[in-house]
Design a protein around this ligand. Structure first.
Ligand code: AMP
Ligand code: MG
Length: 391
């Protein structure tokens, strides 16, 4: 059995190797750039008018003759003398000879002639070539998580694909003779299989799209074969149940038989003591305890940070905050506790119903209070560490 700290140190030492993939920019929302992206063009690509108005060669005079028109998309580069103006619109190419755009609201027009009522500064209302970014400059750095603005920015540079951290493929393997798929009448002695539904939900929330679910009986051969198949195609394997010490718990043996290297087994914590973590090549395996609340806590604390790190996220662990306890917390067990709790403002309250078999309390919680194994008691008003259950 190892401490929570040591288990987390082991988790944090992985992955050693990251993988990338090229995706369409349109599909890259929330993905993380695996390499710097440099701009293939100047942006703006040419001198653009920032206003609807008149482009002129700046001078002291107030009267100009309109000689041409330039609207957005036009390619004509008209010549312009002092005293001449080009009627121009927002986004249109400013003639090389023009150095100033006068907004139309400051102009009185009469036929082909205009009278400027309020002369702007020279060079006003023109977006310079490459003002936003120049060709060859880094548009976005490696490690940038692409939000919608970043996607729009890269699109305006003409970029259509990006190389990002590859999102891991995940298989959830649920074990147990007692498990019945929801949607059918419950038979005697059976329970509905809920861990895969819950884990798939939290994986989807974390941006994982490729998720396969397999259910097996408490049968050594079946467990071993399913693990073998899952290891071949996956980056992450989450096993649920069958990792305790019962006569029908075959998961550990089946993993070792498949040459998955054990990195730790059993953590000094409550809930989730029997968590098993291992690795085969670049596939990571978490054998989660079957009790639903234990499975979810182990997922949040250990599996999620590794998955998020593989996706390239910098803040890969769930965020921690300090709050004042509204409850007396006793911890005679000398284990690290993860208690389902409700945080409101600066106060946090431990909720009733901490059993690892129960999800009801979990569904009402917004944080887990983490009580260190050395802490025997927390008094009302004392500060505690809360792990926020949001991503
Ligand atoms: P195990 O870890 O296999 O000993 O299972 C511990 C407890 O969790 C037992 O009461 C199981 O019935 C329950 N359990 C195991 N797997 C699941 C699951 N996929 N969905 C819901 N409950 C489960
Ligand atoms: Mg079981």
């Amino acid at each position: 059995m190892i401490s929570v700290k040591n288990a987390l140190d082991i988790i944090d030492s992985f992955p050693k190797i990251y993988t990338s993939e090229k995706v369409n920019l349109q599909d890259a929302l929330n993905l993380v750039l695996f390499e710097n992206v440099s701009s293939p063009i100047n942006m703006p690509p040419f001198r653009q008018s920032a206003m609807d108005g008149y482009a002129i060669k700046y001078s002291e005079q107030e009267k100009y003759t309109v000689v041409k028109e330039s609207k957005a998309g036009d390619s004509g580069n008209h010549s312009l003398k002092v005293g001449e103006a080009v009627r121009i619109f927002t986004g249109a190419l400013v003639p090389d000879d023009g150095d100033t755009v006068v907004m139309q609201e400051h102009v009185e027009r009469n036929g082909d002639s205009i009278l400027i009522q309020k002369m702007p500064e020279q060079f006003a209302n023109i977006r310079k070539t490459g003002e936003q970014i120049k060709v060859g400059e880094i548009a976005l750095k490696k490690g940038t998580k692409l939000n919608e603005a970043a996607i729009g920015f890269l699109a305006c540079l003409g970029i259509t694909t990006v190389t990002v951290y590859k999102i891991p493929k995940v298989t959830i393997l649920v074990t147990g003779n007692e498990l019945q798929k929801p949607g059918t009448d419950l038979e005697i002695g059976k329970i509905y299989e809920s861990n895969s539904v819950m884990l798939k939900a939290v994986l989807q929330k974390s941006g994982i799209k490729d998720i396969e679910i397999i259910a097996v009986k408490d049968d050594y051969q079946e467990t071993k074969t399913s693990i073998k198949n899952a290891l071949e195609i996956n980056d992450i394997l989450l096993v649920s149940g069958g990792i305790s010490v019962g006569d029908y718990d075959f998961v550990k043996e089946a993993l070792l038989e498949n040459k998955v290297e054990e990195l730790f087994y059993k953590i000094n914590q409550k809930p989730g003591k029997p968590l098993w973590f291992g690795k085969k090549q670049n596939t990571y395996v978490f054998a989660l305890p079957g009790n639903p609340a234990s499975a979810l806590t182990c997922f949040y604390i250990y599996a999620l940070p590794l998955i998020r790190k593989m996706c390239g996220y910098k803040n890969n662990h769930l965020q921690k905050v300090i709050a004042k306890s509204k409850s007396v917390i006793k911890n005679p067990s000398e284990k690290t506790l993860f208690l389902k709790a409700n945080l409101e403002g600066e106060f946090v309250e431990v909720l009733q119903g901490q059993s690892s078999a129960m999800l009801y309390t979990y569904a009402m919680s917004n944080v887990l209070i983490c009580v260190a194994s050395e802490t025997a008691e927390i008094k009302i008003g004392e500060e505690v560490t809360c792990i926020k259950l949001e991503m």
